[in-house]
Design a protein around this ligand. Structure first.
Ligand SMILES: C[S@@+](CC[C@H](N)C(=O)[O-])C[C@H]1O[C@@H](n2cnc3c(N)ncnc32)[C@H](O)[C@@H]1O
Length: 404
């Protein structure tokens, strides 16, 4: 492989912003990619993928390169040298790579790879927690799968098209996709492409949404004409799916505590042609009180650690802190306690997260069921998706029935 200095310089600059300035990886990469308009899609792909790879394996690469944070420019170049050697490429004869100890890098890699914390690059506290919650074997398999690059998955917007038609239209634009019978509205890109630039996207024929995430809205068993609520709607990934499943009939009440996210949701709903979504900002407890026992189907897509979606946000591994996890678990329980009251007798509620930790998932549901607010609910079913087993992001979902 022939390397270009300016692409590796772009990678080093992105890493500096992420590791030393605390920027989010996707934002830092986007900013760097805007820098040089001559960069084509391959160049952009190289910078993005190399940066993400080094973010994923920061702990391993830093130990091999024998560098510590905060990384100076020479340290960051050493991280890229480790990446080049471990990918099996020849190190370019550039000043920054002068005297790169290729054999030592390979030897160190073999030595450190026997330890999961290094092999999969996991902070100590998180490794301890994961082993405790999932058991050593499952944790190791899952962390390895979560370090792989995620597929780009589309959800056909059935308000506008169907999977087969969309697949043909994409093919006409030289975008090849694969279907998966487990996920009926999903199309998986055979090769990465910037699908956001297509007219098909601009005209609302699809959303970009992981296949695992596409199982959540159907799990709520909505029907046309029902009154559904997406309590933690964010920018509306699941609200849009619910509207499509309800064929634009009935109502989807989408709530969040952030105005900006609901604003983005409305923009996406217009593009998708989803007309039955109504947004409501949660700025007081009154919003929930007003809906007391009025909702047929409640989705709680709760805020969480995001450990199931590490393939998309690998820097979350380095940003997560134990205190944040404690706070988010408390928030999850509060949300269950306060929102569950909106469900009608005989109505259903789905509690979902993009976490793989039982303490954010089944244990939260158990705690809720044992509480006063949960005493008139019954757990009907639950499902976990794991990256190493199911091939997509990690999710948890539980379906509960309000009995009376
Ligand atoms: C997992 S994200 C939702 C993702 C979204 N459902 C989607 O599919 O794109 C969780 C959301 O919960 C929101 N949130 C946090 N606390 C909340 C609360 N008390 N009530 C409602 N939403 C809350 C966050 O702002 C965030 O948008």
């Amino acid at each position: 492989m022939r390397f270009h200095h300016n692409l590796l310089q772009g990678t080093v600059d992105a890493l500096h912003q992420i590791f030393n300035e605390g920027k989010y990886a996707d934002q830092a990469i986007q900013k760097i990619l805007k820098r040089d308009t001559r960069w084509g899609s391959r160049d952009r792909g190289f910078i993005a993928e190399t940066t993400y790879d080094i973010v994923r394996y920061k702990r391993l690469y830093a130990a091999i390169a024998n560098v510590k944070e905060p990384f100076n420019p020479a340290d960051l170049w050493r991280l890229t040298a480790v990446w080049i050697v471990l990918k099996g490429h020849d190190v370019p004869a550039w000043e920054e790579y002068y005297n790169t100890p290729v054999r030592r890098i390979k030897g160190k890699f073999d030595e450190l790879s026997s330890d999961l914390k290094y092999r999969e690059s996991i902070p100590d506290w998180l490794d301890d927690l994961g082993r405790k919650e999932l058991g050593e074997e499952l944790w190791a398999k899952e962390m390895s799968a979560l370090n792989k690059q995620a597929d780009v998955v589309l959800r056909a917007n059935t308000l506008q098209t169907d999977v087969k038609t969309l697949q043909e239209k994409l093919l006409a634009e030289e975008i090849q996709t694969t279907t998966d019978e487990r996920f009926p509205d999903a199309l998986i890109l055979n090769e990465r492409a910037n699908v956001f630039q297509t007219d098909l996207f601009q005209n609302g024929l699809f959303e970009v949404q992981d296949a695992g995430s596409q199982t959540i809205a159907p799990y709520l068993q909505v029907e046309s004409g029902m009154r559904a609520m997406d309590a933690c709607a964010g920018a509306g990934g699941k609200s849009l799916h619910l509207a499509a499943l309800m064929e634009n009939k009935g109502q989807v009440i989408a709530t969040d505590i952030y105005k900006g996210k609901l604003h983005e949701l409305k923009r996406r709903a217009r593009r998708a042609g989803a007309h039955n979504i109504e947004t409501r900002l949660i700025d007081s407890t009154k919003v929930i009180k007003k809906l007391d026992s009025k909702i047929d189907r409640l989705l709680i897509d709760a805020p969480c650690s995001g450990l199931g979606v590490l393939r998309r946000n690998p820097d979350a591994k380095w940003k997560l802190q134990p205190e944040f996890l404690d706070e988010i678990r408390a928030t999850q329980q509060e949300i269950l306690q306060s929102y569950s009251r909106v469900v009608k007798p005989e109505g259903l509620m789905v509690y979902a997260t993009c976490s793989i930790l039982p303490s954010e998932n089944e244990l939260q549901v158990e705690k809720f069921l044992a509480s006063e607010a949960g005493s008139n609910f019954e757990l009907l079913d639950s499902q976990s998706l794991l990256a190493h087993r199911d091939g997509f992001d990690g999710f948890y979902m539980a379906r509960l029935l309000r009995k009376n």
